[in-house]
Design a protein around this ligand. Structure first.
Ligand SMILES: [Zn+2]
Length: 108
């Protein structure tokens, strides 16, 4: 696993996001913090609105702004994920082709 933490341009630690790259198969995902700044009853109200699918002005998501200095690192991570996923897909396709070939030969 490879991790990249991006600190939001505003500097708020709660806006930090973590990109995780599975270096085996190239899966890449993003993890964010839940906002705990509101008092419990306001968080409960937000949760209830979410459960009831009530619209909000900005949606039910927070935002993190990527610093220009982090763009290159993020691009490198995305390129690595793309390369690993292509390699995994090529390997999977080759294995399926070989399995089909073996199955076809068994029938004949
Ligand atoms: Zn921020």
């Amino acid at each position: 696993m490879e991790f990249k933490y991006l600190t939001c341009k505003c500097g708020d630690f709660m806006h930090t996001v973590r990109f995780t790259l599975d270096t085996e198969d190239g899966e890449l995902w993003i993890e964010t913090h839940m906002n705990h700044e509101l008092p419990w009853y306001m968080r409960a109200w937000v949760a209830l609105r979410y459960v009831l699918a009530m619209p909000t002005k900005y949606g039910h998501f927070d935002v993190s702004m990527i610093e220009p200095k982090d763009v290159g690192d993020l691009r490198d991570m995305l390129d690595c994920a793309e390369a690993l996923q292509s390699k995994t897909m090529a390997s999977r396709t080759l294995r399926q082709t070989q399995e089909k070939h073996v199955t076809t030969n068994e029938v004949l």
